[in-house]
Design a binder for this molecule. Structure first.
Ligand SMILES: Cc1cc2nc3c(=O)[nH]c(=O)nc-3n(C[C@H](O)[C@H](O)[C@H](O)COP(=O)(O)OP(=O)(O)OC[C@H]3O[C@@H](n4cnc5c(N)ncnc54)[C@H](O)[C@@H]3O)c2cc1C
Length: 399
């Protein structure tokens, strides 16, 4: 059996960032990442909006606020050093109704409290210059927001991890976790590994990995699919960069928005519909074990009772192209149903507590020689390098 210093389950952007931080802090130590897929970034990391978030939405003082701010700077630096293209293009947030204006003002206050200096209200003329086709009664501009392809970031991280001596095993699914004396033993489809410390960064499987290790994380991952639509090439000029609505503070999702992709094209979305398969990217995806686990989690029913109205509206927008197009037209009125075609989809790993609360902040559970990330939703791609540093600090206690 291989004996190493640290083993990380999950080769997404959070797992690889943690691996990089461990090797930066303790050069020469042996660190293995186990990834069940043959390819990297197969799940959340490779199926997201590609936004480097500025960090204005998050509660000041939260882990999200702290790590997003630091992570953004680290991410831009990483991309510069490793030749990964990114653009700091800024974004506008538009209030389309008068009753959204107080929430827009609150966002501006939060942004400032979170240290953003490039955030300001813009008037009609400036909005017309930045996003000539957007509708708004009031709008905010945030200059710090950027775009990148996180799959490319992940590939660069994997190269750097290997250069520093890390070992990345793909097609290696962790299947059991046990203890032997002062070590942790992880069995996987690519062999067993004994380590002095285990870090779980398994995204959509993070609660299962924590339970496999004998911990009770107190949350279950409830998967929410986010479906994208593409603007047709003839209509892509209607969006210059990023246009976002004022989000509903009751939800951790940002609402349907427009994003220019770094590789070209403009996406609309994602919505947020309950997925009956953790890695279910199609509307028809269904995995009995996943659906049963959702149904058995008491927090799911409590959450459903609280949010059924919003859930039904999301479901309807998922099924009806015209309903989705109407949501788009609230931000860009010239858009019609014929201007959008179905695009890709991602599934968010959203932790839901036993009391039905959608866990808002990043969350970690720990035990002797183990650190498990159990909630790393957006902006965890932006924040990944900062999250990795903090997780590595906790894991280093055991090295
Ligand atoms: C639709 C959508 C849009 C988003 N937009 C943005 C955005 O614009 N900006 C931003 O910052 N964030 C965004 N996010 C959030 C961001 O993508 C995620 O927070 C981030 O990718 C989480 O990374 P991760 O490494 O934790 O998870 P993942 O990328 O899901 O990686 C976890 C890995 O663990 C592996 N794994 C699971 N179980 C096992 C096992 N038993 N053994 C071995 N391997 C295992 C999986 O195969 C997977 O590769 C978005 C997310 C979604 C879904």
């Amino acid at each position: 059996m291989a004996q190493v210093d640290a083993i990380i389950i999950g080769g997404g952007i959070v797992g690889l960032s943690t691996g990089l931080a461990l090797l930066a802090a303790r050069p020469g130590r042996s660190v293995v990442v186990l990834e069940k897929e043959a390819l990297l970034a197969a799940h959340q990391t490779g199926r997201n909006s590609g936004v480097i978030h500025a960090g204005l939405y998050y509660k000041p003082g939260s882990v999200k606020a702290r790590t997003c701010a630091r992570g953004r700077t680290l991410m831009e630096g990483f991309c510069e050093r490793h030749g990964v293209p990114f653009e700091r293009c800024g974004k506008v947030i538009v209030a389309t109704r008068a009753d959204e204006v107080p929430r827009l003002e609150e966002l501006e206050r939060r942004g400032r409290a979170n240290g953003l200096t490039g955030i300001r209200r813009i008037d009609r003329d400036e909005l017309r210059e930045r996003e000539p086709h957007a509708a708004a009664v009031a709008s905010l501009f945030v200059s710090e927001t950027g775009i990148v392809d996180y799959r490319e970031v992940t590939r660069a991280m994997a190269r750097e991890f290997a250069r520093l001596g890390g070992e990345l095993r793909t097609s290696a699914r962790a299947t059991a976790i046990g203890r032997r004396g002062a070590t942790v033993v992880v069995s996987s489809t690519a062999g067993d590994v004994e380590a002095r410390v285990l870090v779980g960064c398994a995204g959509l499987g993070s609660d299962r990995v924590a339970r496999m290790a004998g911990l009770e994380p107190g949350v279950a991952i409830v998967p929410f699919r986010g479906e994208y639509w593409m603007l047709s090439p003839q209509r892509a000029h209607l969006v210059k960069n990023l246009i976002y609505p004022v989000p509903d503070p009751a939800f951790p999702f940002l609402g349907v928005h427009f994003t220019r992709r770094i590789g070209g094209g403009v996406e609309a979305g994602p919505n947020a519909v309950l997925a009956l398969a953790r890695e279910g990217y199609a509307r028809t995806s269904f995995v009995a074990r996943d659906a049963l686990e959702i149904a058995r989690w008491p927090g799911f029913w409590r959450m459903a009772r609280r949010h059924w109205r919003a859930g039904m509206a999301e479901q309807w927008r998922s099924l009806s192209r015209s309903a989705f197009a109407r949501a788009c037209a609230a931000l860009v009125p010239e858009l019609t149903e014929g201007d959008v075609t179905p695009g890709g989809a991602g599934v968010r790993a959203q932790a839901v507590a036993r009391d039905g609360a959608l866990v808002d902040d990043f969350a970690v559970v720990e035990a002797e020689r183990m650190v498990h990330v159990v909630n790393a939703p957006s902006p965890a791609a932006t924040a990944s390098l900062a999250i990795g540093e903090e997780i590595a600090q906790r894991a280093l206690r055991w090295l």
